[in-house]
Design a protein around this ligand. Sequence first.
Ligand code: NDP
Length: 329
Amino acid sequence: NLRILLRARPEGRVGPEHFEVSEAPPPAPRPGEALLRNRFLSLDPYMRGRMSAAKSYSAPVEIGAVMEGQCVAQVEEDPTGRFQRGDWVLGGFGWQRFSAVPAAGLRKLEEDGAPMTTALGVLGMPGTTAWVGTTELARPRPGETFVVSAASGAVGSVAGQIAARMGARVVGIAGGPEKCAFVREELGFGECVDHRGEDFAERLRAACPEGIDAYFENVGGAVQKAVFPLLNDFGRVAFCGMVAEYNDAEPAPGPNLMQLVRKRLSLRGFIVSDHPRAFADWRRIGGGWVRDRSLRYREEVVKGLDKAPEAFMGLLAGKNFGKLVVEVT
Ligand code: NDP
């Protein structure tokens, strides 16, 4: 069984030295367990948090343990008889090829026309995150300006499309001309501003002539710094994540949050797992949009579990383009 373990906790940037690739025989299912073969592993920014021991909303991965991650797997054998061989299931089976898990708690994935990988991206945790953050926190109204960072990514791409459906004028922020062209042309956002280009703050201001009413924050850092002065009175910011800061050894000095007071802003952070009902709601609503192709998404599928560490390091540096998934071969 090919497995990727956490070897050491990174202090700053994640490197290959923090992972250990290990081979072991496949696990033997104990009573009540099914043996699964992972087909796709999701790589997500939150994994950076699980690698460090700092206090967070969930416990870190132990040194020497298999890295945590959501997977789409197929049942290899289920002595409990609940599942057929080949049934598709979704769960946190980790960065490994095989796992043995209690069959009773397994979530079956129906073959409903959406590709299996969408359960990890557009219709899974990232898509649901976009749905909650946009509809419950950022709450764009028709005609308002809605800005989303990491706009070509798993969460941002969906958030902007939902905001557009709610009638907002959507401006994306993404890294590089290729991502920006995708956001404008394929996702259909009104504008997309390249945060890696020169005069980013100036160009963002020009793209938002009436200011920003709702901001979906995925990035933090320099992007956040440019967005904040443009926020309008009674604006809403959905604090979803700040991936630009996850590799920082020291927390960056914060923005001047006096603007919260002056502008009577509402800022709310959220964790998608606090909204358990939203997963099924979004799968139903978003699933219809995926099937009729009106919800666009992009996936980057990396072949081979051994490529997972490198792909994950790339995600933290902005190298992935769309929802990053590993095909476990
Ligand atoms: P993405 O698919 O968007 O991949 C990460 C992207 O972040 C990169 O492609 C890059 O896009 C951007 N990025 C990375 N480093 C930097 C940097 N230094 N400066 C600026 N941009 C950077 O990931 P997701 O869509 O899965 O996640 C987006 C955000 O949502 C993350 O902050 C994540 O932690 C958060 N999240 C929060 C959840 C919650 O429940 N609160 C649940 C799920 C995700 P680009 O090159 O365009 O900048």
